[in-house]
Design a protein around this ligand. Sequence first.
Ligand SMILES: Nc1ncnc2c1ncn2[C@@H]1O[C@H](COP(=O)(O)OP(=O)(O)O)[C@@H](O)[C@H]1O
Ligand SMILES: [Mg+2]
Length: 482
Amino acid sequence: MSSTDPLATEELIVKSRPTKNFFVSMLTRDIELKDAILDLLDNCVDGIHRQTTNLETEKPYENFWAKITATPDCFEIEDNCGGIPLDIAINKAFMLGRPADYQETHTDIHTVGMYGIGMKRAIFKIGKECFVYSNPAKEDKPFCVTISRDWMSNDEWDLPINFVTATKDGYGTKITIRHLNDSIRSNFSTESSTFLDELAGSISQFYAVILEKGFSVELNGDSITGATLSLLDNSSALESKIEPYIFKGEINQVQVEMSIGFRTRLKSERETDAENEQARSSEDAGITVICNDRVVLFNDKSYLTGWGRGNVPKYHTQFISISGFVNFRSGELYNLPLTTTKRGLDTDNRAYVYALDYMMEGIKKFVDFTNKWKGREEETNVMFEASTPARYDAPIKRAEAAKTFSAIRKHSGDGAAQRYSPKLPLPEEKNPKKRVTYSRLKSEIDELTFHLYPGIPDVSPSDIGNKSFDICLEMAKREQKA
Ligand SMILES: Nc1ncnc2c1ncn2[C@@H]1O[C@H](COP(=O)(O)OP(=O)(O)O)[C@@H](O)[C@H]1O
Ligand SMILES: [Mg+2]
């Protein structure tokens, strides 16, 4: 190399850092405001998971709350879910993306946070100035991280953190966003937008399980009730009754549990037509898919949950009473059937593919029942009266306790898989057919054939049997009339 070679004499550097502007605009481009806010709520739930290890109890989220205040001037989300630990705040929470070497000490937590981006993306989406206040459990000092309006446009990446005096009782986090972006402000005004109602609806559906299990969420002072998650169950000793189909199995470190059944009595065609007119007919029907307590699909009626696949018919209002729940749980988040956005179902996922066969088996059972009673729905009312709504997981617990599960011998999962397939009541045929069989001498059959079908070839013995029965019945009827 000659000494005049510029590359050898002078070391030049090419700038390749991302610009903040790029980050902020790219990150927020593809996320809807609603999903950004749900990301913040997911973090509250993650906070609970960090402290509560036993999620198997009836109400593991009891006494935990999140309060969202959204007005055109300010957005705030406050929770009592344990706060952001100082170490996590300093080393991880405000990084854009998960640092490669950062390992949270508590690994077996069933959190839904995955990519280390949700909180920042939501903040950038909503406004230009933000204060993240946290009073973490197990630390003595509350702190506040400030993202200033300047930071959004300057070249500095680190953020200031200050210890502050506690502004509220209990351990938790409060994220306050000011100087809201112009495109966001109108969404937070009830006069100009229905956004807040839609947000409440989404929280009610996507957090249905978490709300049912005790969590409380307020939006502008109104507490949100979770969507219904129940199925008709009957715990009596009756052999044939209305109760759900249940499946339990495991694959790839994911536990799969499902209950599929009826949420309400069968509706006659006239009734479903009437409900259709009110456009609320099928809202409550369908299959709900849950991952680590977070609803991923709510009342789905598409091929994703088995409708219109194999021998399962497509969803139709006739099946308005069918409902079901498929629950995936895992400490290994990446094994769950979640898409990268966390909001969709990953249909290539092993646990999903495994569960799908059983979803179809369960749906088919109740489709068949509905078809068999078609036109006679009222006759089934009394059977439905004997069953009462139970939380979606109660029939599974009941089957476990009563040991009514039966093992599935051949399946593609790991370990043991079991199911309970109920014996649903079948309609009694009002005028069933019965079989008449008898033997006679061939010579006698030939004689009768010659008498009934003279000159006609290929008359079978059963033709003769049918014909003679018909003649005899005809005679009997005539005599009765006379
Ligand atoms: N409300 C909260 N309560 C407790 N921890 C929180 C809260 N909000 C954020 N965090 C912490 O900040 C981290 C970063 O959040 P986020 O950007 O949403 O990424 P992710 O949830 O994917 O890790 C979370 O992992 C969590 O440790
Ligand atoms: Mg998150």
